[in-house]
Design a protein around this ligand. Structure first.
Ligand code: GLU
Length: 390
């Protein structure tokens, strides 16, 4: 049996693999601390679950339009206008089975062989694989660690050439845990106004910023940018709805329509009663969002301090998302390893702590730790790591 070159050319998601392995070890009775999954540990707020139950009782169990229900598109369009200052008509919104699916579809409908995608690094594990699956070429733009991994406008502009089709921006950032300031994004935006490229702004962590960090939607930052930006988001991180698989993209009509057509052959509609509950989530009381964010902020600070107190580990202060992206390369000798994969394996085997190897995000010197877990688990895991590396 020979699988296609296309499928053979990709690697399974490291983030999902680490979470699956940690869950499997737990099922075997092992006391594993998982810093793997980028998944809030909170339950989905009760009013959203109630809305799903009501939708089921009301019979919302049948097909809906493949590109999403008109009511949810309208709710998303209103949310983007109200919270983000973005003016997208409901017809410019596609609802997908999670943010990941929306990104996949967008790469599929835009890329032809030879097209280049500028990908800031560290990058979320699925971007390069999705780009390759769509026939595109990844052009990695490495951030500098001493600049919190952020790129300068100049670095981006210099990389643009005739073949450049898309620039991917993800702020707040997975795995880096940093966020660009509005001023930094604005200078990037100004440089791109007259460039013939499309910008993917992945804003899935928009509500998770800490300290004085402010969030701003990229497409608002310069005139005309909305016509060449596709804004991605979803409900997973904001409302702790990872398993519901409701994400969306908003952008130029042509791109969104093509994504809808693609979905009509690929998945059909996202789950009907989940879409109904998503409307309630977007339109309901947003206190839960703030409460979860406040808890993440405490954990961010705690994990950051504890990691930097371990000899050989350095980590930038998280200002967004829920990750510490720690440089652990000075500890490799201590564990007799030479890379992040072997380091993560050793930590899992010897200390029962699950980390995601940085190599999956383009940085073999680092590991990613998610603090979307309780303070108690954070302390337990870091006690173990500290002991192992002592
Ligand atoms: N985005 C999350 C993470 O990076 C969820 C897992 C995934 O889809 O990659 O851990």
């Amino acid at each position: 049996m020979k699988i296609s070159k296309r499928a053979a050319g990709i690697t399974a998601s490291a983030t999902l693999a680490v979470s699956a392995k940690a869950k499997q070890m737990k099922a075997q009775g092992l006391d594993v601390v998982s810093f793997g999954a980028g998944e809030p540990d909170f339950d989905t707020p009760a009013f959203i679950k109630d809305a799903a139950k009501q939708a089921l009782d009301a019979g919302l169990t049948k097909y809906a339009p493949a590109s999403g229900s008109p009511d949810l598109k309208k709710a998303v369009s209103e949310k983007l206008r109200r919270q983000n200052g973005l003016d997208y008509d409901p017809s410019q919104v596609v609802i997908s089975c999670g943010g990941k699916h929306a990104l996949y579809g967008a790469f599929q409908v835009l890329l032809d062989p030879g097209d280049e995608v500028l990908l800031p690094s560290p990058y979320w594990v699925s971007y390069p694989e999705q780009i390759k699956l769509a026939g595109g070429t990844v052009v990695e733009l490495r951030g500098r660690e001493d600049n919190d991994f952020k790129l300068s406008p100049d670095q981006i502009l210099k990389a643009i050439n005739q073949r450049t089709k898309i620039l991917v921006l993800n702020s707040p950032n997975n795995p880096g845990g940093f966020a660009y300031t509005p001023a930094e994004l604005k200078s990037i935006a100004q440089g791109l106004v007259d460039k013939d490229i499309i910008i993917f702004s992945d804003e899935i962590y928009e509500n998770l910023t800490y300290g004085h960090q402010e969030f701003v939607s990229f497409a608002t930052l310069a005139d005309g940018l909305i016509d060449k930006t596709v804004t991605f988001n979803g409900l997973a991180k904001t409302y702790s709805m990872t398993g519901w698989r409701i994400g969306y993209a908003a952008g130029p009509q042509e791109i969104i329509s093509a994504m809808g057509s693609l979905q009509s052959h690929e998945t059909s509609n996202p789950v009907t009663f989940c879409m109904s509950a998503a409307i309630t989530a977007l339109q309901g009381d947003q206190t839960c969002v703030q409460q979860m964010r406040d808890e993440f902020a405490k954990r961010a600070d705690h994990m950051f301090k504890r990691l930097n107190a371990i000899e050989g580990i350095t980590c930038i202060k998280p200002t967004g998302a829920f990750y510490c992206f720690a440089n652990v390369s000075a500890c490799y000798d201590r564990l007799g390893v030479t890379g992040s994969l072997a380091f993560s394996d050793a930590v899992l085997d010897k200390a029962n702590v699950a980390l995601v190897p940085g190599v999956a995000f383009g940085w073999d010197t680092h590991v990613r730790l998610s603090f979307a877990t309780s303070m108690e688990q954070i302390d337990k895991g870091l006690d173990r790591l500290e002991k192992l590396l002592a």
